[in-house]
Design a protein around this ligand. Structure first.
Ligand code: FES
Ligand code: FES
Length: 168
C-alpha cells in the first residue's frame, strides 16, 4: 500500500504522520488521533455528521483523503471547547435542547461555526441553508436553528464586550 508523510495542524497542534494514501481524513482523526467527535454516519457525503473545518471551511471528512489535508489546518469539535469551557454554540445547543442522541451535533456545531464566522447575524433562512448538508434524525431542526440564533447573539455580545475592553 502506498504511504505518504504529511504535516498538518489539528486543533492548533502540528501533527506529522505517515498515512496510507487511501485513508480518509475522518479515519485519520478518529483512528489515528483518537479524536472521535466527528462521526461516521453515511460515509457518502450525505449526512454531515463527519463535518470538520479544514482551513476554516466545513468539509465532509468522510470524503476527503488525509493526504489532501497535508499543510492544512483542521478544527474538530474537540478544538472549540470542552466541558469546563463550552463554546457559545455548545452552550446554546444544550440550552435549547438541540441535542438528543448527539450523533449529528459535532457536525452541526462546526457547520454553524463556519457560518457565524462569515456572517455574525444570519437570518433563519441563512442558517437553514448553511446546515442543509447536516441531517438530524432526532430534534426536528427547530431547536437547532434556535440554538444557532442564540449563539450568534451571544457571540456578538462577546465581541462587543471585547471591543469595549480594548478601547477602555
Ligand atoms: S459520514 Fe460523512 S457525510 Fe455522512
Ligand atoms: S440529535 Fe440525534 S441525529 Fe441529531
Amino acid at each position: 500500500m502506498t504511504e505518504h508523510t504529511i504535516t498538518l495542524r489539528v486543533n492548533g497542534l502540528e501533527e506529522s504522520r505517515t498515512v496510507p494514501s487511501n485513508q480518509t481524513l475522518l479515519s485519520f482523526l478518529r483512528d489515528t488521533l483518537d479524536l472521535t467527535g466527528a462521526k461516521e454516519g453515511c460515509g457518502e457525503g450525505e449526512c454531515g455528521s463527519c463535518i470538520v473545518l479544514v482551513d476554516d471551511k466545513p468539509v465532509n471528512s468522510c470524503l476527503m483523503l488525509t493526504v489532501e489535508a497535508d499543510g492544512c489546518s483542521v478544527t474538530t469539535i474537540e478544538g472549540i471547547g470542552d466541558a469546563s469551557r463550552l463554546h457559545p454554540l455548545q452552550s446554546a445547543f444544550l440550552a435549547h435542547a438541540a441535542v438528543q442522541c448527539g450523533f449529528c451535533t459535532p457536525g452541526m456545531i462546526l457547520a454553524g461555526l463556519a457560518l457565524l464566522r462569515e456572517n455574525p447575524s444570519p437570518t433563519e433562512a441563512e442558517i437553514r441553508s448553511a446546515l442543509s448538508g447536516n441531517l438530524c434524525r432526532c430534534t426536528g431542526y427547530r431547536q437547532i436553528i434556535d440554538a444557532v440564533l442564540a449563539a450568534a447573539a451571544a457571540m456578538r455580545g462577546e465581541a462587543a464586550r471585547a471591543r469595549e475592553e480594548k478601547t477602555g
